[in-house]
Design a protein around this ligand. Structure first.
Ligand code: GLN
Length: 448
């Protein structure tokens, strides 16, 4: 009850919650109280969490922040939700995001923008902007987001939080509304590294309901936390030191590199020449996969149906025209074009080829190094409705530093690296070999 009173007070200015789960949550809290907090209690017993609104929750509205799913109430829980509930967590409510997770600043939501708790005139990042804002404003201690091209790490960076995009296949996608199926992963947002590792341990693990899920049944992400960094080899690519990255962010990265060296790690400059094309590749592949995934919103099976439609064709066309926002339509058009017979070889196929080159390049660095470091974002949180948000292409370039982890499937974490002179948080991004989240958490913890 106290949490909901707090939310009522804080969230009016932030606009992070779309749907509250009061009744179910209070019942779950009572149950958690009965179990108590002894050593045999489930690991998250009684812990209140918020969930991005593209993750299905049984009996609780799930909108993907779209008019298309404004009244959609799922009949089952996503695997991650079932796992959280089994671990005793309490789902406080569903939080705002960019529509269908398409965006990097939480400004494409049907339910309006989310305001960054550090400065209400600024964006919280995206697309998991609500997930970050509720944690940063201390409404809940943790939240789940999804990351297709940076959507957990970018808002973590803009809100001074820890955000993890695990290795592709670590967390089940069953019951997660699909955007780019070869890129999507669920990840936690928290204040501390240890909390993050714990949450990820709970939601990770093989799921036969997701054919891309890795075979590992149970993960240990926490055991290296507290170990020192002696002998660790860290690569700092020169592509992550360029002028298009804000000077204060670059300074903070150099300080982080110096810190790692002071702890006994070595930091060396490497080059990832194809990494700069990641952004082009990502927007072709993500949009292509989205155009295919979003075909299911046809106004018939579920979702919004236009009142005005008379014929079958009109049901499709008008329901989609009225139900989707501009950014979602832009992606569907872009993706459909990239996959069309005349454009396929030039766009989708080329993008898939360059994706392979990028993977090989990262692989070559990881043959010699344990980690790659760099900034999470090129700037700190910008103004809602500001000039950089007017041009979609400029918005897309903001994902420059995060998309490669999705394209390669490799794990990446964003951790707080201090504030800039305006008092806004800066994020440090660390990337590791596949299934080496434990090292990410180890190094992240040493830095915090
Ligand atoms: N900002 C990126 C995009 O707009 C990433 C989104 C995401 O990771 N869901 O596609």
């Amino acid at each position: 009850t106290a949490i909901y009173a707090d939310i009522e007070q804080k969230d009016e200015a932030i606009n992070a919650f779309i749907t509250l789960n009061k009744e179910q949550a209070l019942a779950a809290a009572e149950q958690a109280d009965q179990i108590g907090y002894g050593s045999d209690a489930p690991v998250l017993n009684g812990i209140p969490l918020a969930i991005k609104d593209n993750i299905l929750t049984e009996g609780l509205r799930t909108t993907a922040a779209s008019k298309m799913l404004e009244n959609f109430v799922p009949t089952y829980d996503a695997t991650v939700i079932a796992k959280l509930k089994a671990a005793g967590a309490i789902i406080i409510g569903k939080v705002n995001m960019d529509e269908f997770a398409m965006g990097g600043s939480n400004q494409t939501s049907y339910f309006g923008p989310v305001h960054n708790p550090w400065d209400l005139e600024r964006v919280p990042g995206g697309s998991s902007g609500g997930s970050a804002a509720v944690v940063a404003s201390q409404q809940v201690p943790g939240a789940l987001g999804t990351d297709t091209g940076g959507s957990v790490r970018n808002p973590a960076a803009f809100n001074g939080l820890v955000g993890m995009k695990p290795t592709y296949g670590t967390v089940s996608r069953l019951g997660v509304i699909s955007f780019g199926s070869s890129l999507d992963q669920v990840g936690p947002l928290t204040h501390t590294v240890a909390d993050n590792a714990l949450l990820l341990e709970v939601i990770a693990g093989h799921d036969e309901g997701d054919s891309t899920s890795l075979p590992t049944e149970q993960y240990d992400f926490s055991s290296k936390i507290g170990q020192d960094l002696k002998g660790m080899k860290i690569a700092f690519p020169k592509e992550y030191k360029v002028d298009s990255i804000n000077t204060e962010i670059r300074q903070r990265m150099q300080e982080a590199a110096d810190f790692f060296e002071s702890q006994g790690a070595t930091v060396e400059e490497v080059s990832l020449p194809h990494s700069v094309y990641g952004i082009n590749v990502y927007y072709i592949i993500a949009s292509s996969e989205a155009s295919s995934n979003l075909q299911r919103y046809d106004g018939i099976r579920y979702g919004y149906r236009s009142e005005a439609a008379q014929t079958l064709e009109e049901v499709y066309v008008q329901s989609r025209s009225e139900g989707f926002g501009d950014e979602v339509k832009r992606r569907i058009i872009l993706g459909t074009f990239s996959l069309s017979a005349g454009a396929f070889d030039l766009y989708f196929k080329k993008a898939a080829q360059v994706r392979t080159l990028i993977k090989q390049e990262f692989q070559a660095v990881f043959d010699q190094y344990d980690l790659i470091m760099g900034p999470t974002t090129t700037s700190t949180a910008f103004l809602i409705g500001g000039k950089e948000t007017k041009d979609p292409v400029e918005m897309y370039t903001a994902d420059l530093l995060t998309v490669n982890s999705n394209l390669t499937g490799l794990p990446a974490i964003s951790i707080p690296a201090g504030l800039d002179q305006a008092g806004l948080p800066i994020g440090l991004q660390l990337m590791a070999k596949a299934q080496d989240e434990a090292t990410l958490y180890q190094v992240a913890h040493a830095f915090e």
